[in-house]
Ligand binder design. Structure first.
Ligand code: NAG
Ligand code: NAG
Ligand code: NAG
Ligand code: NAG
Length: 446
């Protein structure tokens, strides 16, 4: 008897509770409907329904046809779709102005062939990791004017063909980690009022050729734009920026205008570009800059008037031929100077002597002319506690291929040379006793 009673209650709940429940649907309350074995979204969903679950493999064509004023205005929770959907009408979701969660259920919820998905003007506030799963052909994703507050890389990770991502008019305040979208050429985030608190923006490994409007990200401290197609540095960067990574782009010029407001900048990474022009004093306003990375560019000389706060200067793989005293004289904090793989053949002792904190000097991969004065520079620097990595001699011919840091042959020849110079100094200065730390050749080195 009890069992029968329970059965009746179940029956009435599943069927008759909501008299307007569409066919093939269960309306277990006034607000919720579950529909099965449909081939399209039912055309007469009661206006009280807030939660609509549709699950079947045979929906071919998804279109919510009725105007928003008359039907399902209240729908706010989720739409659950099963696999097999073949097309989604462009404005399907547009009418659902109160829709908060779009749960596109499991793989193939949307057709794998979909190229354009417009979800503008809804009330979507969460994007799930699985929402866009399998949409490998999707090129355009429009999510303007929703309520999305955070973006996570996993949400977009399957969108390998995405070219355009529009997120204007949301509440985006956090982008959790790098968005790696290898074909992205356009991304817009205008009018995201909460973006004022965004501190890190990762847009590496896309195809971006320009960045506009970054100045509105007033609290941005780190901007990562590595591996894009930038030909110029982003225009008007946010003033609180501390780290800018534009490595692996196509930037040709670095000018003072690019950096005029960036007084907090500490790390500037421009490795692997094609910069051949670096304006003198371009970074003078960056009075906190400590790390400047310019590896693999086309610079012919060390940029002039770099900020004196630099502790690390990386110029590996450029086409620098000479080091001049005026280029380095202000860098009193410099700890690491990397000049590997350039075209330098000689060193000016005066240029390097003026760097009181230099600890590491990388010089290998240059076509050294192994004269005794080159060796002398090395001795002076080592005596000051700088670790010098040398490389091989390209000249003179008899020293070709010898390591100028450790070749005993060169040292033996130069020992003679140094003795001579010491002697001539002594004869000039006469009475002054020899300073033992001045020039001593260490034969055991290397
Ligand atoms: C959907 O949008 C695309 C791109 O905007 C357009 O080419 C296509 O004709 C639209 N389809 C329909 C059915 O409106
Ligand atoms: C931004 O952060 C400040 C300070 O933490 C907070 O008071 C403010 O509400 C935040 N703004 C937004 C739009 O979240
Ligand atoms: C962001 O910047 C605004 C000023 O533009 C400031 O009032 C706010 O406190 C900042 N928020 C944080 C989290 O620093
Ligand atoms: C190496 O230096 C010596 C002495 O300064 C100079 O005479 C010679 O031409 C230089 N060789 C090369 C290849 O630059």
């Amino acid at each position: 008897m009890h069992l029968l009673y329970a059965f009746f209650i179940l029956l009435s709940l599943s069927n008759g509770f909501n008299p307007n429940c569409p066919g093939r649907c269960n309306c277990d309350s006034l607000w919720s409907a579950q529909c099965y074995r449909l081939t399209e979204v039912p055309s007469s969903i009661p206006s009280t329904i807030k939660r609509l679950y549709i699950s079947h493999r045979k929906i071919h064509h998804l279109q919510v046809t009725m105007p928003c004023s008359t039907q399902i205005v209240a729908l706010e929770d989720s739409i659950l779709l099963a696999s097999g959907t073949e097309s989604v009408e462009n404005d399907t979701f547009k009418t659902l102005s109160t829709l908060k969660t779009l749960e596109l259920w499991k793989n193939n919820a949307l057709p794998a062939s979909l190229e354009v998905l417009k979800l503008n003007d809804n009330s979507i506030n969460v994007l799930h990791g699985s929402d866009f799963e399998g949409l490998k052909k999707l090129k355009i994703l429009k999510l303007k004017n929703n309520l999305i507050s955070s973006l996570s890389p996993s949400t977009f990770s399957s969108l390998v063909s995405l070219q355009s991502l529009m997120l204007d008019g949301n509440n985006v305040e956090a982008i959790a980690g790098p968005l790696i979208l290898p074909h992205l050429t356009h991304m817009s985030l205008e009018n995201n009022k909460h973006l004022e608190n965004l501190s890190h923006l990762y847009l590496s490994e896309n195809l971006l050729s320009s960045i506009n409007g970054a100045q509105f990200l007033t609290n941005l401290t780190a901007l990562e734009l590595s591996q894009n197609q930038l030909q110029i540095l982003p225009f008007r960067l946010p003033v609180k920026l501390q780290k800018l990574d534009c490595s692996n782009n196509l930037i040709q010029r670095v000018t003072a205008q690019d950096f005029q407001d960036l007084q907090d900048l500490k790390h500037l990474i421009l490795d692997n570009n094609i910069a051949s022009f670096f304006e003198a004093g371009a970074l003078q306003r960056c009075s906190q800059l400590s790390n400047l990375a310019l590896e693999q560019n086309l610079l012919l000389s060390i940029p002039l008037r770099l900020p004196g706060t630099l502790t690390r200067l990386d110029l590996k793989g450029n086409v620098i031929q000479n080091i001049a005293e005026r280029e380095l004289k202000d860098l009193k904090q410099l700890h690491v100077l990397n000049l590997r793989n350039n075209k330098i053949s000689a060193l000016d002792l005066k240029a390097l002597e003026g760097l009181p904190h230099l600890r590491h000097l990388y010089l290998d991969g240059n076509p050294w002319n192994c004269t005794c004065s080159l060796l002398k520079v090395r001795e002076v620097l080592m005596a000051k506690g700088t670790d010098v990595r040398g490389g091989q001699c390209a000249a003179p011919t008899e020293q070709h291929g010898e390591s100028w840091m450790s070749s005993k042959k060169i040292m033996r020849q130069c020992e003679h040379h140094f003795h001579l110079t010491e002697k001539s100094k002594e004869t000039k200065k006469k009475s002054k006793p020899e300073d033992p730390s001045s020039i001593r050749i260490n034969m055991d080195d290397g």
